[in-house]
Design a protein around this ligand. Structure first.
Ligand SMILES: NC(=O)CC[C@H](N)C(=O)O
Length: 197
């Protein structure tokens, strides 16, 4: 069985665990570098990116997370997790993990209290995905190797660059597991390639 980890330093962890299990994979709570060694793919959950970064530094996980991505292992950032993955952040002169070739702006959809749900058309995944946005970021711009998978009101809200996937919203907060299933498929494909090397 494939193993998918959820970075569990802060944020919406348990819902991702449930969704991974619904998709027939083993879910692993990742709290440190040795947990990271156990997994074939990693979900970076929503929450608060600044708080998550502090904890990543405290547990000395920044370099291991970058190495995980450099090794070609799939990573999926949702909301704050997307902010962690992005190479460029509007208004900041640094990135966190900094591997997804995209420029991301934080808190793009209104004030701090704002959250909403909408149906999204997502390329290759769904025509009507129930997407929950909570103080969500959006993708301002992407590099040429990045495929845009979904937009909301013209703004990019989901994108993929090879083994890296990111979205602005919280796919784990509904009972619709199609996005987690898609990521599970990415992990399976990567493993199949690795085994044949
Ligand atoms: N739901 C979320 O993950 C919100 C992200 C948060 N606003 C941040 O900038 O980190």
């Amino acid at each position: 069985m494939i193993r998918i980890g959820v970075l569990a330093l802060q944020g919406a962890v348990s819902e991702h665990i449930r969704s991974i299990e619904e998709c027939g994979a083993e879910a692993v709570v990742v709290k440190n570098t040795s947990d990271l060694d156990l997994v074939d793919g990693l979900i970076l959950p929503g929450g608060e990116s600044t708080a998550m970064r502090k904890l990543i530094d405290r547990f000395e996980m920044l370099k291991p997370l970058r190495q995980f991505a450099a090794a070609g292992k799939p990573m999926f950032g949702t909301c704050a997790g997307l902010i962690l993955l992005a190479k460029n952040l509007v208004g900041y002169d640094f990135a966190h993990i900094g591997v997804l070739d995209a420029t991301v702006e934080r808190n793009s959809f209104g004030r701090q209290v704002d959250s909403f749900e909408t149906k999204l058309e997502i390329r290759d995944i769904a025509e009507d995905f129930p997407a929950v946005f909570i103080r969500a970021p959006h993708i301002v711009d992407v590099g040429e190797n990045v495929e845009v998978l979904a937009r909301f009101e013209g703004r990019i809200v989901m994108a993929r660059q090879g083994h890296l996937l990111g979205c602005s919203f919280h796919p784990e907060l509904t009972d619709d597991h199609r996005i987690t299933a898609y990521f599970t498929g990415m992990v399976k494909e990567t493993l199949a390639k690795t085994v044949h090397l």
